[in-house]
Design a protein around this ligand. Structure first.
Ligand code: FES
Length: 216
C-alpha cells in the first residue's frame, strides 16, 4: 500500500530507532556523508576478495595498493628533470676533462740520462711525460737508443728488456714487443707500445714527445 508520499517502494517507518531512520536520531555512522571513494582509490587485495573476507592481519594493516603504485605527474617530471640534469653534468664533466687535456698541450722536453749511463744492451727506467708514466730507455747499439712506455698495452703490467731475446717482454701473459718498433710480437697485447721520441744533444738523451702506437 502506498505511504503518505505515495512511494510504495520506500514506506515510512514510524519508529524513530528503526534502521532506516538512524540519521534522524544522531546515531548515524560518521561515514554516512563521506563522498564515495573514487574507483581508483579503493584498495583491492592481491587476491581480489572483498575486505571483509580478508584475514585479520590484512584488515589491521591494510595497504592501499592503487595509492601505493600511483605516480604523480609532478613526481614523474621531477624524475625526468633529475635524470636529464645528471646526464648534462656528465657531458659537462667530460668536456672539462677534454679541455684540460688539450690545455696541457704537448709533452715537454726532458733529459733522461747521459749516454755513458748505459752500456750497449742495457736498459734504464724513467718517467715521461709525467711521474705516473713509466718508460724504458734501451741502448740497442753504440749510438742507437730507443724508448717506449713501460706499460703493457694488454693489462698495463711493466714490460722489461730481455737482452737474451732482444725484445721487450711482459711477464704477466707472455706478451712480447719489438725493441726496434714496439710492435706486438706475441701474446695478447692489442696494440704496439707507445714510443717515446728521443733527441740526443751531445752526450745527453732527451725525451721530446710520445708517439702512440695505434697500428696493431
Ligand atoms: S699484461 Fe702484458 S701480456 Fe697481459
Amino acid at each position: 500500500m502506498p505511504d503518505a508520499r505515495g512511494d510504495a517502494r520506500h514506506p515510512i517507518d514510524a519508529l524513530i530507532d528503526s534502521p532506516g531512520r538512524e540519521g534522524l536520531t544522531g546515531t548515524a555512522p560518521a561515514s554516512l556523508y563521506t563522498p564515495p571513494a573514487h574507483r581508483e582509490q579503493v584498495s583491492v587485495a592481491p587476491d581480489f576478495a572483498p575486505p571483509e573476507a580478508q584475514p585479520a592481519w590484512r584488515q589491521d594493516f591494510p595497504i592501499d595498493w592503487p595509492q601505493d603504485v600511483y605516480v604523480e605527474r609532478r613526481d614523474f617530471v621531477k624524475f625526468l628533470v633529475l635524470t636529464s640534469a645528471a646526464f648534462t653534468l656528465g657531458q659537462v664533466w667530460i668536456g672539462v676533462q677534454n679541455w684540460y687535456r688539450k690545455r696541457r698541450g704537448r709533452p715537454g722536453v726532458q733529459r733522461i740520462a747521459s749516454q755513458d749511463d748505459l752500456a750497449v744492451g742495457a736498459a734504464l727506467s724513467f718517467t715521461y711525460p709525467d711521474a705516473h708514466e713509466p718508460c724504458l730507455l734501451v741502448r740497442v747499439a753504440e749510438r742507437e737508443f730507443v724508448a717506449f712506455s713501460q706499460k703493457c698495452t694488454h693489462l698495463s703490467c711493466a714490460v722489461y728488456y730481455a737482452a737474451a731475446t732482444d725484445r721487450l717482454e711482459c711477464p704477466c701473459h707472455n706478451g712480447a714487443f719489438s725493441v726496434e718498433t714496439g710492435r706486438v710480437l706475441q701474446g695478447p697485447p692489442p696494440r704496439p707500445l707507445p714510443r717515446i721520441k728521443l733527441d740526443q744533444r751531445g752526450d745527453d738523451i732527451y725525451a721530446v714527445g710520445v708517439e702512440q702506437g695505434d697500428e696493431p
